[in-house]
Design a protein around this ligand. Sequence first.
Ligand SMILES: Nc1ncnc2c1ncn2[C@@H]1O[C@H](COP(=O)(O)OP(=O)(O)OP(=O)(O)O)[C@@H](O)[C@H]1O
Length: 264
Amino acid sequence: MENKILTYDSVEISFDGKAVVQDVNFSLAPGEILGLVGESGSGKSTLIKAAMGLLGAGGLVTRGDIRYLGQNILDIPEKEKRKIRGAKIGMIFQDAGASLCPIRTIGDQIYESMRAHQKVTRKEAKDRAMDLFEKLNFKDSARVWKSYPFELSGGMNQRAGIAIAMLMNPPILFADEPTSALDVSVQRQVVKEMLKLRELFGTAIVIVTHDIGVVRAMADTVLVLKDGKTVEYGTADVILDHPKDPYTKKLLAAVPKLQRKVKA
Ligand SMILES: Nc1ncnc2c1ncn2[C@@H]1O[C@H](COP(=O)(O)OP(=O)(O)OP(=O)(O)O)[C@@H](O)[C@H]1O
């Protein structure tokens, strides 16, 4: 229990009084990668939004706790939550690239997002970004820093979006379908980069994906959701190689894009 960085304890989440997630339990150790899988509408995004306080109007955690380092983050005031978002729990989305501001350079956006949480000069921000870009094998880091999003490919924007989330060096990263809008070679790169971030910084990651190939490549543990309820939860080896539930078997039978292309 003590070494868990994030714990969901009997979590129920409702929209306008109707429970869409029920009695979900899982925990995350530092550096652990959890794959969150399930059909569309099973509650994956809702689960991670709840920890970020991003459920929106009508959405509420109606039972249970979500604890970050032992502290129930549902109880803390919005101002404190803002400090956790980004700095302690980073987030990347399917369209992390598209959510970049189109009329400001990547460098400006990195500087601004870092400055929102800590005192940094532009030079320090740039040095840290360059250092991370190099570690992630970006081809032309200086050009990425200077570029506007429209000057980069979609895949490169997505990778820049991930790097921006990681520059805060959050101990936890929520990645909601980070690869699904990308073509396969970029998907593989992004998977490699997330694994590299775990190796470099010990980042714990919750990865939401429909792609079982991504889960196989990354996850230590897997939670299978159906209609807002846990179907199976355990180590990736056990869930992926010896699924018990017919629903998990069906999900696993869907051809994973990553694997298919790796084989091709
Ligand atoms: N803002 C909202 N208002 C009302 N219901 C919502 C809202 N957001 C999500 N839901 C409902 O909560 C349930 C879970 O949705 P959620 O988006 O978390 O599923 P998901 O597993 O992430 O799906 P997908 O894989 O398609 O992203 C669905 O029944 C959805 O209709």
